[in-house]
Design a protein around this ligand. Structure first.
Ligand code: ZN
Length: 348
């Protein structure tokens, strides 16, 4: 018995902590209300606490963190936030930006921003851990954007402040809600230019090459469970997305983008098959009709399979609903990103 116990202890100590455990641990620290930070609305003290926490995580890994504070107004009130970034120098000066916003919304509904966008933040922290002290062909810049949920304030400020270094940026991958939804997708910018109002000299880029490269890597690694392109729906050709997250500002600055997202475009949601409904899980519906994946009664349905900005976007509920799926999705996204950065690359 004693021998067995020693053996077990030996094994548990000798097993290295795998990188997915690292990401998962960061997701708990960031989004668990009791042991971690919890909700972090744009411009709030909680958002500032999150910025300090992210900075510390990167510093603990040995990186120098750059902070870019900015101001924005919300309903006539002046608020402040900050973008944070680290640069992992590669052999080439070409820069690949991988970004995720760290603010959350829906706190009044009970959201703690676990999928939106604790998941993206956990991924950029994990990538920093995985890429530490590695020889990379390309320079990788990881960016944590503040205040996305109120009009993409962080990425607007970032592209305004970084015009010079943007000349070296060869691609931007946006991570926003990369777990939770039933399927994993990768999108490109829409072929019809975004409005780009916040950009003084827009130079729109709708290239699909970054998306296609990530898609092909995901297929190689995960076969039938890989990322996919969403099917065409009204106004949105296959695999193309709108301007509703931080990638938009980069596309408007002439940079090819890709956007990783977990949702379910097979659901006929409130406004059709538009990806706003993320899951068929019964808890997220009053009543889901299996035939056509839509509400039993479209006039009375309240939930529509949504996780983001709702009472479901928190670890305690999500782990009951989906068990290990969240952790697997998180790992899968990070594995694809890491493989993309490491491969002798057609794209970079
Ligand atoms: Zn988001």
């Amino acid at each position: 018995m004693k021998y067995l116990l020693t053996l077990c202890l030996l094994f548990s100590f000798s097993k290295p902590v795998s990188a997915d455990d690292f990401a998962w641990q960061k997701l708990i620290e960031l989004t668990d209300e009791t042991s971690g930070i919890g909700a972090r609305p744009a411009g709030s003290d909680k958002e500032k606490e999150t910025a300090v926490w992210i900075k510390k995580q990167w510093q603990l890994l040995g990186y120098t963190v750059n902070g870019f504070p900015f101001e924005f107004s919300l309903k006539g009130q002046k608020l402040t936030s900050e973008n944070l970034s680290i640069t992992i120098k590669g052999q080439s000066d070409k820069i690949l930006v991988i970004g995720a916003h760290y603010d959350s919304t829906g706190e009044k509904q009970g959201s703690l921003g676990t999928t939106d966008n604790g998941s993206g933040v956990a991924a950029i922290l994990d990538l920093a851990n995985r890429l530490k002290a590695q020889k990379l062909a390309v320079t990788v810049r990881l960016v944590a954007f503040g205040a996305e949920e109120f009009g993409l304030q962080g990425s607007k400020a970032y592209v305004g402040q970084q015009q010079e270094s943007l000349k070296h940026v060869v691609g931007m991958i946006n991570l926003d809600t990369i777990i939770g939804g039933d399927k994993l997708y990768v999108h490109s910018a829409h072929e019809t230019p975004y409005k780009c109002k916040a950009v003084s000299k827009p130079n729109y880029n709708s290239s699909t090459k970054l998306r296609d490269e990530l898609l092909s890597i995901s297929k190689d690694l995960f076969a039938e469970n890989s990322h996919q392109l969403h099917p065409a729906f009204q106004g949105y050709p296959q695999g193309q997305t709108g301007s509703w997250s931080d990638h938009a500002l980069f596309a408007c600055n002439g940079i090819p983008i890709a956007y990783l997202e977990a949702t379910n475009f097979a659901i006929d949601g409130h406004s059709g098959n538009d990806g706003y409904s993320q899951t068929t899980h019964k808890d997220a519906w009053n009543c889901l009709k299996q035939d056509g994946l839509t509400a039993c009664d479209r006039d009375t349905e309240k939930k529509w399979g949504m996780i983001w900005h709702t009472e479901f976007d928190r670890l305690d509920k999500l782990t009951v609903m989906f068990k290990d799926r969240l952790k697997l999705q998180l790992t899968q996204n990070i594995d694809v990103l890491e493989a993309f950065i490491r491969q002798p690359n057609n794209y970079l």
